[in-house]
Design a protein around this ligand. Structure first.
Ligand code: CMX
Length: 441
């Protein structure tokens, strides 16, 4: 059976060739104009990054190497496929797809699962660092700090120091990336135990379990099949959302300075911790519970509408709605809704029902409100309430789970960045005075 490293090694020459040809054929081609509104508007719409794992289309949603979420659900190996129970695609399968562009076989996924389990234990210095954080420190701050600390053992940093050739950078980058993905569950579980007292605090790894089977065990959900499969789906579909979002872009930017994968991904996590990005799933739940308190269990559409208007009139955004790129309901939201419909324990949950009802009413209200360019739910509208229903009620922890996932997309791109020899990022900035001078000409 092919290892993931073998599979990446096979892809690298073709990718290098493709880039060479692109440069030779089109180096001077125009990819669009830059307007002042782009510069002032968070660089929206500017085609300025190379990102291999996925492309986001405003009308069709995300595609991972051309495969939509429903396509992935059909072809990517599940837990059942590697001899465990569970019907959802495995994050390991998504990682393989994102790194290589290929659908892995069941055997390849099983082998990757075993490799991750063998690398999942934390070094004792990292455990001590995590244990030294105050319980009151936000779990995301703890997560990012613990990830940064692992650069102590970075194979890339060591190889760089030893003067490894540029063409070989991708190899220790891949090794660090796999090591880090393997250790994220143990870091996240230790933080969960320290802050909230849940899980047994040991982070024991069973070599027969998949990455999320082990993570679930560590956070005290080892016997909850529904939750384990939900986490697999959640973590697989949150893995990548093309390159321009804050977390992915940050990993790429910091990595472009040849900071190793631990430093690059730590920085990405700090961006994920912002309320307009990853923290939104925490915000949605607080808001949905407030609504539930106000409108009760069998709320009518007009009660929900009234609550939405109260939120909007108080100058707040409706959390879980809108998107910087999408102009349709987020296919990740649809995938999580489909999961809820297949599980009896979720189908009858009052908070899940309220979230689903809201997703039918809110677009109309947001259209009438007339500000957001996308009145439809994004993935965060659903993700937190399912965790809540399964008993994981500590909202300030939700973004940590997102943080386990985003590594599946951000780290493979770092490997590709190094394989393609992409340069340090250095866009041009201008002051307002300099802009005025330029524009008056
Ligand atoms: N409720 C109310 N108003 C909203 C809104 C919402 N859900 N979404 C956008 N708007 C408002 C914006 O605040 C902006 O108002 P101003 O002109 O007064 O500043 C206006 O509509 C236009 O914004 P936009 O171009 O449609 O959206 P942006 O690209 O600027 O922002 C996002 C995108 C996601 C930050 C925004 O829709 C938002 O704040 N949503 C709520 C938070 C959320 O759910 N975030 C999760 C994002 C998912 C992810 O990270 O993957």
């Amino acid at each position: 059976t092919k290892t993931l490293k073998d599979a990446v090694a096979e892809v690298v020459p073709a990718k290098r060739e493709q880039l060479k040809k692109l440069k030779a054929d089109y180096n001077d081609a125009n990819l669009g104009q830059i307007k002042l509104e782009n510069l002032l508007g968070g660089m929206r719409g500017l085609k300025v990054m190379l990102w291999e794992g996925s492309v986001l289309d405003s009308e069709r949603g995300i595609a991972f190497h051309g495969k939509s979420i429903p396509d992935c659900e059909k072809v990517l190996p599940t837990a059942q496929d590697i001899g465990l129970s569970g019907k959802e695609m495995l994050p390991e399968s998504m990682l393989w797809l994102l790194l290589t562009g290929q659908v892995p076989s069941k055997e390849e996924v099983k082998q990757l699962s075993a490799e991750l389990a063998s690398k999942g234990k934390l070094p004792s210095y990292a455990e001590k660092i995590i244990d030294s954080f105050p319980k009151t420190m936000h779990p995301m701050t703890q997560f990012a700090s613990a990830v940064a600390s692992l650069n102590h053992d970075s194979k890339f940093a060591e190889a760089y120091k030893q003067g490894v050739r540029k063409t070989e950078y991708w190899q220790p980058t891949l090794e660090d990336s796999i090591d880090l993905i393997a250790k994220l569950p143990a870091i996240a579980a230790r933080i969960y135990h320290n802050v909230f007292g849940r899980g047994d605090g040991v982070q024991k790894i069973d070599s027969n379990l998949d990455l999320i089977g082990n993570y679930s065990q560590m956070i005290g959900y080892g016997d909850n099949e529904g939750m384990i499969d939900y986490l697999r789906l959640y973590i697989a579909i949150h893995g990548d959302h093309e390159g321009g979002n804050v977390s992915a872009h940050t990993a790429h930017l910091v990595g472009s300075a040849l900071s190793d994968p631990y430093l690059s991904y730590s920085a990405a996590l700090l961006g994920l911790a912002g309320p307009l990005h990853g923290l939104a799933n925490q915000e949605v739940l607080g808001w949905a519970l407030d609504m539930q308190k106000k409108v009760g269990d069998n709320a009518s559409e007009s009660d929900i509408k009234e609550f939405l208007w109260t939120t909007l009139k108080s100058g707040r955004v409706v959390p879980g709605y809108g998107h910087a790129v999408l102009r349709m309901p987020d296919p990740r939201f649809s995938a999580l809704s489909r999961f809820c419909d297949t599980r009896p324990e979720l189908k009858n949950s009052s908070i899940v029902q309220l979230v689903q009802k809201t997703s039918k009413v809110a677009p109309e209200v947001l259209k009438e409100h007339g500000k957001t360019k996308n009145p439809y739910p994004n993935v965060d509208a659903a993700s937190g309430c399912v965790l809540y229903e399964y008993g994981l009620k500590e909202w300030s922890y939700y973004t940590v789970i997102f943080g386990i996932s985003r590594a599946l997309g951000a780290l493979p791109q770092l490997v590709m960045d190094r394989a393609l020899g992409l340069p340090i990022e250095r866009p041009k900035s201008l002051s307002m005075d300099a802009l005025e001078e330029l524009l008056k000409k």
